[in-house]
Design a protein around this ligand. Sequence first.
Ligand code: NAD
Ligand code: DAU
Length: 359
Amino acid sequence: MSDVMEHFRKTILITGGAGFIGCHVVKRFVRNYPDCLILNFDKLTYAGNLENLSEIENENNYRFLKGDIVNEADVSKVFADYQIDSVIHLAAESHVDRSISNPMAFIMTNIVGTVNLLNAAKLNWAGKMNDKRFYHISTDEVFGSLGETGFFTETTPYYPRSPYSAAKASSDHLVRAYYHTFDLPVVVTNCSNNYGPNQFPEKLIPLMIHNIKNKKPLPVYGKGDNVRDWLYVEDHAEAIDLVFHQGTTGETYNIGGNNEWKNIDIVRHICRIMDDKLNRIAGESEELITFVTDRPGHDLRYAIDASRIKKELGWSPKHDFEKGIEKTIDWYLTNTLWLENVTTGEYRKYYEQQYDNRQ
Ligand code: NAD
Ligand code: DAU
């Protein structure tokens, strides 16, 4: 058992902390809670990038631990080496298109990996569950697809329609099962689409920014009519902080941006901002828009009713979309090396496979 913990009030294990949302959560917790030891446990898949954490990597209360949640021995070792008080579980395979081409990776990481963490927490916290917390980060995609109206609430029945969302739904059920069956002190949140700095450019917004910058085709699935509810990633990190500290054990909170956009409108919006920033002729980037074959089983619309977290914990998003998207575009235009580093190698191969047969 590491003796470093003597210096800290609590030890918080964050899984997937080198990924997009995880890095914002880790940075927030390292800075806001200097009396807590923050352990970042991450396998560093294609989506995990330690460059995301360079600002805090030398802080006294931060440690990076490379490990795979699917590997039971890796998970047991962290719990043996450190007296973990809480888990904030973000590690996952997160991209829907990849789940369509390789479902098994999603089953293993999102389901088996989650169960390995649940088992380790159950074993190590036996008889002392009172001051512990297992916080599972999930998605609004578990609820399925909305029509033109309506919102997902915490009681909307689950109806996942992609291997990604089915695997996340399965992990949510297992987390809640461990609460009811074993009294594991869990809390769950289901959030809408995040955007912001450090998102891997396979997801809609960073992909479009990257392609506009490089004058490459902008692949819009189907007619671009699908709707997503966009939330700035730091607002999600703030909500996670709040639920972690004040959420009621055993409960679920929906988190959303109250900010619905059709894909085609968001792509055009980014084109307009970037034409301006890159001193291009107005309308130049829109010419790059290419309608490609739709994603199989493509959910039409997601929209979150976030009134519970607002009413009970006083959270609402702070960033309005205009400012958030401009900040995001500026970040990608400034951090060219980050973008270059993540768009080489494996990602290029994926991009070719994913889009070659769609245009
Ligand atoms: P991401 O793909 O950017 O990052 C995932 C991280 O998990 C990476 O650092 C990766 O290395 C790590 N990881 C993957 N497999 C692992 C394994 N087997 N063991 C240990 N680490 C592993 O994902 P993200 O977009 O930051 O999403 C984080 C979490 O939030 C996920 O659980 C996702 O389902 C959920 N979520 C994401 C969004 C969104 O819009 N991105 C919205 C709601 C919920
Ligand atoms: O809703 C929360 C979810 O949001 C998270 O749980 C997932 O981890 C995250 O990846 C995201 O899923 P989406 O499938 O909604 O995000 P993505 O960025 O892949 O796509 C957003 C929309 O844009 C979706 O309707 C598909 C469309 N799209 C996406 C890509 C990558 C395109 O039209 N073209 C593209 O090239």
